[in-house]
Design a protein around this ligand. Sequence first.
Ligand code: COI
Length: 356
Amino acid sequence: MEIRIAPLPEERKKPKFTDESQLSFGKLFTDRMLVAEWKAGQGWVDARIEPYAPFVFDPACAVFHYAQEIFEGLKAYKWADGTIALFRPEMNARRFNHSAERICMPEVPEELFLGGIEKLVSLERDWIPASEGTSLYIRPTMIAVEPVLGVKPADHYYFYVILSPVGAYYAAGFNPIKIMVEDHYVRSVPGGTGEAKTGGNYASSLKAGLEAKKKGYDQVLWLDGIQRRYIEEVGAMNMLFAYGKTIVTSPLTGTILNGVTRDSVLKLAASLGYAIEERLIDVNELLADIRAGKVTEAFGSGTAAVVSPVGTFAYKGETYTVGDGGVGPITRQLYDTLTGIQTGRVADSFGWVRKI
Ligand code: COI
């Protein structure tokens, strides 16, 4: 599919960051964006890269009323030798279409998803930061723009991709965060949309997140929506626990996100000699194991969060500190190896890196 490139007039160019160490997450956007439209009876049309600008949409658009929306998150890295690399973008393309299917949206051809991202990132390469812990975050999104108030799949969609130079997701950087296990609200139930990357999942998590923040916690850890007993995910991350040399994580039961970083960390950990267990994790057992010192490390995984150490959990008024509350050696090793592969410092024996 041909992607038209519109000119970027000099006056539309934005001031670039001057200090990479000051980059936070997702507040700054580059000069251009990719846009393509899907229309019933026509399919994908008018793919273009144009100056980044606000959209003007009819207030009746389906996305504004019934949240027919999906998105993805992946990153581009600038290596010391100037190479630009994406990390496993094919997995994001597949997951995007899996989400699209669940929310009754059209499939985005891989050629448009991957080819469009490569073209856009390549044009915006000067926006990719290069220092430790930074990257260019890529946000593919699809929204329903048919102006109609009837509840039905729309007949018109926008697929667009915006780019944001980023630093660490958490203000704490690579330091242990505090997590509250949610015992009232639920994120997802079997048969629901928990496995899809759709905005509604995040909107419905805000109240619990806000309440946790007021109590001094960074994130909420969701339990399963039926028994409220098994560990699910954090929303911005999947969760992993080290029991000595064994790494335990929740299985992909359809209610949690199939994380690209989760999959990468599990494969990496197995290659480094750790045993992997994907199994249901009973919250009471887990917390007792933390208290007993059997859980030696806890960390989250996500594109934005990378590998993030967790120092403390709170549940029903009690707190549980993992190990000494600091960053454990396995968490550090996995973070260093994963980011090493992403940034070209460690050889990629998995074939994950896609150079542009
Ligand atoms: C990502 O890690 O890319 C995500 O989409 C999570 C989001 C909450 C920042």
